[in-house]
Design a protein around this ligand. Structure first.
Ligand code: C2E
Ligand code: CA
Ligand code: CA
Length: 667
């Protein structure tokens, strides 16, 4: 209780005390007057009745006067004394109760002050909602954070509502309504309030409700705490979990959640939407050869193209290293989606300028539509992935819409990969050798080793079928090592028989040429013996070196230093650039069998054939004609200056035993 209240009660007590004292005194005076009168009247009458002598009566009257004064004196004394004792007792009682009161009000003030300190210290505000009288009081104690001056925000419901975030207000309104209708006691809600500078801060509001016996809330009182820092931290953690750091796009987890929501929404709406999976072609190669920084810039470059092309209501995410996903909603038809993809593909194909170089890139995309290609997000994304893999395995740089037949194809491919893996383990391969002859004197000069795969069921699978698959899956490294070792064993065997003056050509995959440690693998296999290396020739193709030209040149030079010969295979079938002939450390070129096949049907080709041979000779290279199937073809290649020939007409690929027969004739 405060001093004002104490004063008030003091005054009231004074007033009451005065009233009762006046009454008592008047009563006392009246009794005294009555007794006085009665004494004067009756004592004289009694004296006159008892005594006749006037002299004696006068004397006694004097004593009677003295007696009256004495008795009334004693009576007064007793009365005043008892009153004084009473007053003293009352005063003591009043004093005691004042002291008690003072003590109570002190502890009340203490606890009030304590509460205020806690509220201020905890940076919390308080609120109190009286539902009976419909009054609402709230304070923001953390005013410095909100920027409001004292008095600027009144403690009212309207004031509180006026700084509420509009999005959170609807949510809170609903929460309050549910809370009031429930029988809950504890209230907890989070929302944003606007600061004076327009920023919003997060508030955690906690309260306790007082309900009547029917459970109806009468009053809710609580506190609100500024939890903006905590929220920002949560948001940061959330960003790390749901967003990609490099592109700041949603990540795989985020798009999965969005995708599940979209499926629910579009299922109810009865509409379709598209899911697109995009993968950058040859990204690993760019990343490995040009470095991770350039790789990152390429990701950002593709991201920019994608986000510039899609509409604001589409969802773009980075779902893997070089993989993006898009959820395309609200498109009127499939053509619109395909049109959007055409635009993306053509923008990506435009040269990308990096470090003063124009780099040509492409992407492969797979599409699946909800609900046509799946009823769950898992199914939709899996089918888009199947469509994307389908494109990757064919020409890349394009898109495909999912079709169930793709699953069968993918399944077949997986089966083939697993069979190939087993074939490596169980060594189901062997080598055939096809002879190569010097054209001028029909001298046997060597063989080309050609791999064969006979599977467990006895089927022979052509290298044209499994080598590309082995290159895509990386299994080519194990296969190549097996070929190197088999050729090595063959060389040793023929050497022990005493065969000399021949070479063995091996086909070298680009993946192996520019892969890890080719030279050391070769050294480990063949030892450091010049006589062995001089018998080896590696056949490489233009496509094998095109991806990493610099590395290919380094590796080829290393091989050349060992004494190994290099020949450019399938010349005239692909790019056939003069640059390769000039820059690669070659010993010979092999003119592609398709070129030879068409040679006699088209007159115009002859001059071109001749100029290729001349050009190669000018560069000091030998020319080998491949796929010579007829005598006419052999005559033609001889006439046009080819040095060597290989083909069914001269000899099919055969077992080592059959080659031995030829070799024996040479000794
Ligand atoms: P390639 O290097 O061009 O090998 C020559 C291919 O032409 C062989 O097919 C051979 O059998 C075939 N051929 C030879 N003469 C004639 C002919 O007169 N007419 C016709 N129509 N074809 C002829 P094969 O053995 O099926 O090999 C196909 C491809 O597989 C090879 O083409 C080569 O690129 C690859 N390959 C074969 N063995 C290996 C290997 O050990 N390692 C690697 N990396 N690739 C290999
Ligand atoms: Ca070859
Ligand atoms: Ca060839």
């Amino acid at each position: 209780m405060n001093n004002n209240n104490q004063d008030k009660s003091n005054k009231t007590a004074d007033k009451l005390f005065k009233i009762s004292t006046n009454k008592e005194s008047l009563k006392f005076l009246l009794v005294y007057i009555i007794i006085g009168f009665a004494w004067i009247l009756f004592s004289d009458t009694i004296l006159e009745y008892l005594i006749d002598d006037m002299q004696v009566i006068l004397k006694i009257q004097t004593y009677k006067g003295w007696l009256y004064v004495f008795v009334t004196g004693i009576v007064f004394y007793l009365i005043i004394r008892s009153k004084l004792v009473m007053i003293e007792q009352s005063a003591n009682e009043i004093n005691e109760s004042y002291m008690k009161l003072e003590k109570n009000s002190q502890s009340l003030a203490d606890s009030e002050q304590r509460y205020r300190l806690v509220v201020e210290g905890s940076n919390d505000g308080i609120w109190d909602w009286d539902l009976i009288n419909d009054t609402y009081v709230f304070t923001i104690k953390s005013k410095p954070n909100f920027g409001y001056e004292d008095g600027e925000l009144t403690d009212s419901f309207e004031s509180w509502k006026s700084i509420y975030h509009p999005e959170d207000w609807l949510k809170t309104e609903k929460y309050i309504r549910n809370f009031l209708d429930s029988d809950k006691i504890f209230y907890e809600n989070t929302y944003r309030l606007r600061c004076k500078n327009g920023e919003y801060r997060w508030i955690l509001s906690k309260g306790k409700a007082m309900r009547d016996k029917d459970g109806k809330p009468m009053r809710i009182t609580g506190s609100h705490t500024d939890i903006t820092d905590r929220k920002q931290m949560e948001e940061k953690v959330n960003r790390l979990a749901y967003y990609d750091q490099l592109t700041e796009l949603p990540n795989r987890f985020m798009i999965e959640e969005i995708g599940i929501e979209k499926i629910d929404y579009y299922r109810n709406k009865g509409e379709e939407f598209a899911f697109v999976l995009i993968d950058i072609d040859n990204f690993k190669h760019i990343n490995d050869t040009m470095g991770h920084k350039i790789g990152d810039q390429l990701i950002l470059h593709v991201k920019d193209i994608l986000s510039d092309t899609i509409k604001p209501n589409h969802v773009l995410a980075r779902t893997g290293g070089d993989e993006f996903s898009i959820i395309i909603t609200d498109s009127h038809n499939k053509e619109e989606v395909l049109h959007l993809l055409d635009k993306i593909l053509s923008d990506v194909r435009k040269p990308w300028l990096i470090n003063d170089h124009d780099i040509f890139i492409s992407i492969s995309a797979g599409l699946a539509f909800f609900p046509e290609h799946g009823h769950s997000f898992d199914e939709i994304s899996k089918n888009a992935d199947t469509a994307m893999t389908h494109i990757k395995e064919s020409d890349k740089d394009g898109y495909a819409i999912y079709h169930p037949s793709m699953i069968e194809k993918t399944w077949q491919r997986m089966l083939k990969i697993s069979k190939l893996r087993n074939a490596i383990k169980k060594k189901e391969f062997y080598l055939d050798y096809q002879p190569i002859y010097n054209i001028a004197d029909h001298r046997f000069v060597g063989v080309e080793a050609l791999i064969r795969w006979k599977d467990v069921d006895g089927n022979t699978i052509s290298p044209g079928d499994f080598i590309p698959l082995a290159e895509e899956t990386g299994l080519i490294h194990s296969i190549s090592e097996w070929v190197f070792q088999s050729v090595c064993d063959q060389l040793n065997q023929w050497d022990s028989i005493g065969f000399d003056n021949y070479k063995i050509a091996m086909n070298l995959s680009g993946k192996v040429l520019t892969g890890e440690n080719l030279t050391s693998i070769i050294k480990n296999t063949y030892g450091i013996c010049d006589s062995v290396f001089s018998k080896i020739e590696f056949e490489i193709t233009e496509t094998a070196v095109i991806n990493d030209f610099e590395k290919a040149i380094i590796e080829l030079n290393n091989l050349k230093k060992l004494g190994i010969k290099i020949s450019l295979d399938d010349f005239g079938s692909g790019y056939s650039s003069l640059t390769y002939l000039q820059k690669l450390p070659l010993d010979s070129i092999k003119i592609d069998r398709d070129f030879i096949k068409h040679i006699l049907s088209e007159d115009a080709e002859e001059s071109m054939f001749k100029s290729i041979v001349d050009m190669a000779h000018d560069l000091g290279l030998n020319v080998i004609a491949e796929g010579v199937e007829t005598e006419d073809q052999l005559r033609f290649v001889r006439k046009n200056g080819c040095d060597m020939a290989q083909g069914y007409y001269l000899g099919r690929p055969v077992s080592p035993g059959e080659i031995e027969t030829i070799l024996k004739q040479l000794i």
